[in-house]
Design a protein around this ligand. Sequence first.
Ligand SMILES: *[C@@H]1O[C@H](CO)[C@@H](O)[C@H](O)[C@H]1NC(C)=O
Ligand SMILES: *[C@@H]1O[C@H](CO)[C@@H](O)[C@H](O)[C@H]1NC(C)=O
Ligand SMILES: *[C@@H]1O[C@H](CO)[C@@H](O)[C@H](O)[C@H]1NC(C)=O
Length: 188
Amino acid sequence: MKKEQVILMLCTIVIAIPLVQSVSEGPKAVKNWFKELPLKKQKSTNLHFYFHDTIAGPGQTAYQVFDSNITSTTMSQFGLGFMFDNPLTVDPEASSMRIGRGQGLFGSASLEVPRFLMNLNFVFTEGSFNGSTLQVLGTNPILSQVREMSVVGGTGVFRLARGIATAQPFFRNDTSTILEFDLVVLHY
Ligand SMILES: *[C@@H]1O[C@H](CO)[C@@H](O)[C@H](O)[C@H]1NC(C)=O
Ligand SMILES: *[C@@H]1O[C@H](CO)[C@@H](O)[C@H](O)[C@H]1NC(C)=O
Ligand SMILES: *[C@@H]1O[C@H](CO)[C@@H](O)[C@H](O)[C@H]1NC(C)=O
């Protein structure tokens, strides 16, 4: 191997490593992380991606897991719930780069206006947040153009995270919904 090639390889490695942010895992590493917390600076990270929810058909990723005795007789379909494992992509197209999954449970929790309870975990599997997760817990007014939900925690590089997630419908038909998510997250 020529000297220039070796140098080029080393440069590539040096550039590639900082792209993945990571923290040490395990009980000891977590204890140390908390010990060093007073020295850490809080930072703000913006995330933007698309969430693909498919409730029927070949690419189904969301499945009904419960309903209630009044689901069919209420306008809000009260008590209807789905478990989902939906892909997250950088662009609206389902074929664009996947950065993780949006996993959890949503269900109609309002007797009157359609409003869903969201228990949503963003599990990042690619890119700079690979291995880290964010937890969204909130109420989703599904007929609104903008739905604001709270980010209540995280793991990995998002330990002790809090923030706000906004979801906006990008596409919708009878079987698929694509939501555009914007998150602002404070973490260390
Ligand atoms: C719900 O419906 C089932 C089946 O019809 C019935 O057995 C049950 O008693 C109902 N429960 C309530 C709380 O109304
Ligand atoms: C993401 O992390 C997993 C587990 O550490 C690893 O196996 C995988 O190769 C990583 N993927 C990328 C794209 O870095
Ligand atoms: C809804 O849109 C998706 C994505 O474009 C498509 O695969 C699916 O066939 C559509 N479903 C219906 C019922 O039109």
